[in-house]
Design a protein around this ligand. Sequence first.
Ligand code: PLP
Length: 395
Amino acid sequence: MRQFSKRFTQQEALSKDAINAAVEVMNHGRLHRYNVHNEEVAEAAKLEEEFAQLMGSKYCLAVASGGYAIACALRAIGVRTNEKILSNAFTLAPVPGAIVSVGAQPVLVESNRHLTIDFNDLESKAKQSGAQKLVLSHMRGHICDMDKLSAICKQLKLILIEDCAHTMGAYWNGTPSGKFGLVSCFSTQTYKHINSGEGGLLVSDCSETMAKAIILSGSYMLYNRHQSRPSLENFEAVRLHYPNCSGRMDNLRAAILRPQLVDLPKQCRKWNRRYYAIANKLKNSPVIEVIERSPKESFVGSSIQFFVLSDNPQFVSKFLDLSHKRGVELKWFGDKQPKGYTSRFDSWQYIVNHECPNTINILDHLFDMRIPLTFTEDDCKLIGEIIVESANTCQ
Ligand SMILES: *Cc1c(COP(=O)(O)O)cnc(C)c1O
């Protein structure tokens, strides 16, 4: 039986351009974003300008992490202590973490078989809880019908924050993911679409909100050194009224991200070729069902999710074990114990746990796998075959 031997946690090396840019920053030593000579524009400020341009957004702010970006967005839109914030139940732990970090309470909304938010449950939970804000997490890159969602937000007067950790470079019906929210948040952590180890980006078209976010990120009254910012009058009303919740990005990380932004579309195409190499193989199993996507969704296949429908109660452990023995590291979202990056919402015991029985039922059958770009398309075909053979053997 053929064996797969590459590592699922190994990303590509940084490009020569990124390495050279990092060396340049290290040579001059001005790593702090506000440490600039005369008219110099810091790498962090340049990254913000370039990401705003790529997104077609008015403003961008670079921060310390994706989770920090969400917390900063929530503070900037004026979330109060104990305020209820809606979020889809199928998401990653930094999302409830960001909500709790600002003293607010997550209200979890059911996710559906497309791994996106359930609109009926959103309406009823919004009405029940009186919540006025929604952090919509495009978890693992699955994008809901954004036209419908925008209409629901409008009707219920919900302020939308998008969590685009897995949708940098993705689109809904031709509009970039991250163009629907009042603020949208991205991550540049190693397992996302551009890699600076840790890092986050916020974009918004709202001058007032972005001025607050820049102050909140810890700009020490040096906000005039930002390029992608609202005009200086916008800071007058807020500069002394918002705390410095220190969470800036440094020039070293910004320097290695800038060349990666240029390569983003090419990288997204590479991910999708690998995604389909696996997905096409998975069609060969009667028990595997790859998550169905809307034709309006231009996603980035940096990971793949599928259901395995088996009546055998021993199936999951056997299937995981068989795949693992052949070198394919699958994650199972049904596990009651959080393992690595797969945590189920009922393990977040620091929040009031809301009933989401449909989501639990979905997660019980849900498997997940990262697709690092160090895998070739042939690797991906082999991975697909191993998954199919493992599933067919133990059903
Ligand atoms: C990674 C991730 C985040 C947070 O990003 P960090 O940069 O690790 O803080 C938020 N939401 C989702 C869905 C993610 O996958």
